[in-house]
Design a protein around this ligand. Structure first.
Ligand code: COS
Length: 385
């Protein structure tokens, strides 16, 4: 089924050709792995290598840092294509974008030169360590402490719900560097490398979905971070996190969109083959109406997401509102559409031989991470005030 990526969205012919290569690769090599990745819950190193070999880790980066320089719309379209077949695999790319953004937006030239090319090639994987056991929606109340020492900082504390835990080479970590000021003003962002003394990952989560992407709890015990690994200004870390999320939420919208399209496509094909009452079920109006709604909602989510991507690409002042709206809408659509896909398949939808129950479990996370959909509504409502 053709994806809605026509040139009017601003993609060049070269980018559309690249997208076609990605689409083929997903169909041939990623989608067939999705069920096994879900069942074993193992991080798929083979898919990581495949993506690195095809330059997909370069999608969030400028050419100057070894990236593809193809922009936010192309990044979204690629994540969408991957998520159609395997949402966990698409998180490899959106997670790389999320963890690179603080450095791209606020890092020193030295930090960018040192880190971004290795992330763009896929040699290094990044993680974004903001949330804590007691601070998810409210990151301003974090407790991880950064204490000033000669030549740098010492970090103590624990993070929670961190994507790429255990596989990441660097953790963009937010910590309270000045406990005496209003909470969000005393936070600083740091690059912590996984090989730092005193750094470890505690047990990984046993999740409902997105099982091929490890989520865990980084722990910092007297971890020394040199001054050159501070991202942006000391005390401005909260703003670094907020401006990152204003952009990275596009990736979750794209992932949700891909899941929704993948579930719709699967249900459409199933309904052509499945016979009930003497005819294919796609000739029954009860099923037709479901499929029509699934396709319509998914198409609407795509329009909003691509609009948001063009805002982020252009640096428009309302980009944060648009990416929050796109993430909110696309993830709610993904949840509705995948639930309906399970219904179209009936009993087959509920068993693991068919992919739609996995898609439903994967979709749920898109309503929760990078800000719950309730937080997206807060962000959107504040922009209207
Ligand atoms: N861009 C730049 N600066 C921002 C900003 C943004 N989008 N949002 C807030 N800020 C700034 C404010 O201007 C304020 O600056 P000053 O201290 O200089 O006045 C500071 O950050 C604190 O803002 P505020 O008081 O509004 O902070 P809140 O704690 O009330 O923030 C929300 C509220 C909901 C926006 C924030 O807590 C949030 O986004 N939470 C969700 C976090 C999240 O997505 N977690 C998921 C885990 S990451 S995978």
């Amino acid at each position: 089924m053709a994806v809605e990526t026509t040139p009017q969205y601003g993609l060049t012919q070269e980018q559309l050709d690249f997208l076609e290569v990605i689409r083929q690769m997903v169909v041939e090599k990623v989608t067939p792995r999705a069920a096994e990745i879900d069942q074993t819950g193992e991080y798929p190193e083979d898919i990581r290598k495949l993506f690195a070999d095809h330059d997909l880790f370069g999608l969030p980066f400028d050419e100057q840092y070894g990236g593809t320089g193809t922009g936010d719309l192309m990044l979204c379209a690629a994540i969408e294509e991957i998520a159609k077949g395997c949402a966990s695999s698409s998180l490899m790319i959106s997670g790389q974008d999320l963890s690179a953004l603080p450095i791209k937006l606020f890092g020193s030239d030295e930090l960018k030169d040192r880190i971004l090319p290795k992330m763009a090639s896929g040699e290094w994987i990044g993680a974004f360590a903001l949330s804590e056991p007691e601070a998810g929606s409210d990151p301003g109340s974090m407790r991880t402490r950064a204490t000033r020492v000669d030549g740098g900082w010492v970090l103590n504390g624990a993070k929670n719900w961190i994507t790429n835990s255990g596989v990441a080479d660097l953790y963009v970590t937010f910590a309270v560097s000045d406990p005496d000021v209003k909470y969000s003003r005393g936070i600083t962002a740091f690059v912590v490398t996984a090989d730092s003394d005193g750094f470890r990952i505690d047990a990984l989560e046993n999740k409902m979905g997105m099982k091929g992407s490890p989520t865990g709890q980084p722990v910092y015990e007297d971890v020394f971070v040199p001054d050159e690994n501070v991202i942006g200004e000391v005390g401005k870390g909260f703003m670094v996190a907020m401006q990152t999320l204003d952009r990275s939420r596009l990736g979750i919208g794209a992932q949700a969109l891909g899941i929704a399209q993948g579930a719709t496509d699967y249900a459409v094909e199933y309904a052509k083959e499945r016979i009930a009452f003497g005819k294919p079920i796609n000739q029954l109006q009860g099923i037709q109406f479901k499929l029509a709604d699934m396709e319509t909602k998914t198409a609407a989510a795509r329009e909003l997401l691509y609009r948001a991507a063009s805002k982020v690409q252009a640096g428009d002042p309302d980009l944060g509102k648009y990416s929050a709206m796109a993430k909110l809408f696309a993830s709610d659509v993904a949840m509705e559409v995948t639930t309906e896909a399970v219904q179209v398949l009936g009993g087959y939808g509920y068993v693991k031989e068919y992919p739609v129950e996995r898609m439903m479990r994967d979709a749920k996370l898109t309503q929760i991470y990078e800000g719950t959909n309730e937080i997206q509504r807060v962000v959107i409502a504040r922009s209207l005030a």
